[in-house]
Write a protein that binds this ligand. Structure first.
Ligand code: ATP
Ligand code: MG
Length: 536
């Protein structure tokens, strides 16, 4: 296999089964966990369980993250108590699943009191009684048989933390920590793997992936999130078992896929998905780009170009939608490639084919409708014409209208990914000019619409008759307000209307015309400022 060069460090052979089944209990002096990083509402739960005579440990991702000095996303606690024993110890709990997980609801207000005692009031006071921290407490569970490669047939509780750690996916996720005693339970050398930055399955990786095939995606996901390498055995086991991913629901696949895309290294993630044989079951359309040469101004094949585009979106920390659109923007190219008259390749209409493929992918992965629509629109819109020498403002207006005002900058970002992904830069001047044109399209024009009163108000409240006098008055009011925006209130303008309405027609018309001129002058100034801002 030529997987080694793609993934950089591949870590060889230590055999997880060599790990002793005795606890490697590490005492406070040895562990690197800083208890002050654990919120009081979490330790309150472990303490309550312990005071009632049970064992309680923080477990899984939160322990890993504490050691890595990353902020844990959620706090999971495991215990030898059963759900029936856990629930009476806390005022409010939720228990609505078959895995034994009890949600402990601790009012945020209550906790705020405790923390503000210590922090001398630095915590903002939250009064809403309905707000809770929810901490999940799960009894120790044993590994069970998985007939369908994804759900354990039955869930068995255990009295041993060892059983619970054994069923976890990776060594770095199979750590338990008791904050009270400062004790880490590490049966599979998870701390060493954290230090060495390695993802390694607990026990035999083939067995682990056959129990739950989603773990193959999770292995890649943790690798790219944490910037860890993968042990050779674990990687080889993914190659052996990749087809089992077909048993996993696309919702679960999507959640892991999204985390890969949102990580700092999505390109490594997509590369691994492909090399380890998973991508063809998830987004086979992407593989059509492998070896699809483009020639002309393109130095990469379609696949590599898409990965470079995604890389740029990740470096810029752009949204999930922009990242996905960068990854898919040319996905229609392989199916639209033709040989042109000068023997070059053409890809006419690839954005339309790409739009259709993207829609299918987003539906397959069960993304929410809003996300799917935006990504699809960005793919469809990425080919907009942007030659600022010849482009008109109304063409820019159409581009903005197609993608929607709120997403025009997303589209510009996808365009940037496209350009950077082929090692090209939009000439800075043209780009700046295009940006200035977009801003010009987006800005609200100066108009009588900005006034605190309108024609309807003048007729209904100030009892004016409709006619040209009303238009002149509004223009005159606009001039006043442009000079001094503080005057833009119903009261002030109402009084002004009354005095203006005493003028003769020709006097009023002169005032109105002056207002209009002033408005036009200011409009021009604003656009000039805008051009100056963009240096065009
Ligand atoms: P994150 O920071 O994304 O929440 P995490 O490690 O906490 O990462 P979760 O999906 O929240 O991951 O799962 C919590 C823990 O439960 C994991 O650390 C792992 O020990 C265990 N776990 C979760 N999913 C699986 C699985 N499919 N197979 C085995 N163990 C799992
Ligand atoms: Mg978690």
């Amino acid at each position: 296999m030529d997987i080694m060069p793609v993934f950089g460090t591949v870590v060889g052979g230590s055999n997880p089964s060599e790990c002793t089944s005795k606890f490697h209990m590490k005492q406070e002096t040895e562990n690197l966990i800083d208890n002050s990083k654990i919120p009081l509402y979490v330790t309150r739960v472990t303490e309550t369980l312990e005071k009632a005579g049970f064992e309680a440990f923080l477990v899984g991702g939160c322990v890993r993250d504490l050691i890595l000095e990353r902020e844990p996303k959620d706090w999971d606690i495991t215990t030898n108590a059963t759900p029936e024993e856990i629930m009476p110890l806390f005022e409010k709990t939720i228990y609505e699943n078959k895995f034994g997980t009890v949600g402990i609801c601790l009012p945020i207000e209550d906790v705020t009191h405790v923390t503000s005692d210590i922090d001398s009031g630095s915590v903002t006071h939250v009064t809403a009684e309905s707000k809770y921290h929810i901490i999940e407490v799960t009894p120790y569970r044993t590994e069970a048989k998985y007939s369908d490669f994804r759900h354990p047939d039955i869930v068995n509780f255990s009295k041993n933390i060892e059983d619970d750690l054994k069923r976890r996916d990776f060594t770095i996720n199979a750590l338990a920590y008791n904050p009270n005693k400062g004790q880490i339970i590490d049966l599979y050398k998870g701390q060493d793997d954290i230090k060495d930055k390695v993802i390694r399955a607990v026990g035999n990786p083939n067995d682990r992936f056959q129990e739950d095939a989603l773990r193959m995606l999770r292995a890649i996901r943790f690798g790219v999130q944490l910037d860890f390498a993968m042990s050779y055995d674990t990687m080889q086991a993914i190659v052996n078992n990749s087809a089992l991913i077909k048993n996993i629901s696309f919702e679960r696949i999507r959640d892991e896929f999204t985390k890969i895309i949102e990580s700092p290294n999505p390109v490594i993630g997509i590369g691994m998905l492909q090399k380890l044989g998973l991508l063809k079951y998830i987004i086979p359309e992407l593989e059509e780009g492998i070896g699809c040469e483009q020639k002309g101004s393109h130095i990469y094949d379609v696949w590599e170009h898409l990965l470079h585009a995604l890389d740029h979106a990740a470096k810029k920390e752009w949204s999930l939608e922009v990242r996905l659109a960068a990854l898919f923007h040319d996905i229609g190219k392989p199916r639209s490639r033709r040989v042109g008259t000068k023997k070059e390749y053409t890809f006419y209409g690839h954005e339309v084919i790409g739009e259709r493929i993207t829609k299918q992918i987003m539906e397959r992965l069960k993304y929410p409708k809003k996300t799917a629509e935006l990504v699809t629109k960005l793919v469809r819109g990425h080919m907009f014409f942007s030659d600022t020498e010849t482009i008109t403002l109304s063409a820019v207006r159409r581009v903005v209208a197609n993608v929607g005002k709120e997403h025009i900058w997303d589209l510009m970002n996808v365009r940037e990914c496209d350009r950077v992904g082929m090692k090209k830069k939009e000439t800075p001047y043209r780009l700046r000019k295009y940006h200035a044109m977009i801003e010009e399209v987006l800005r609200d024009p100066i108009s009588v619409g900005q006034l605190a009163i309108n024609g309807k108000y003048m007729m209904e409240v100030l009892h004016m008759k409709p006619g040209p006098r009303m238009g002149w008055i509004l223009s005159a009011l606009l001039e006043e307000v442009l000079d001094d925006p503080k005057k833009n209130t119903k009261e002030h303008l109402g009084e002004l209307v009354k005095s203006l309405d005493m003028l003769e027609d020709d006097e009023l018309k002169t005032l109105g015309d002056r207002g209009k001129e002033k408005k036009e002058e200011l409009e021009k100034e604003e656009i000039e400022k805008l051009h100056k801002k963009h240096g065009v």
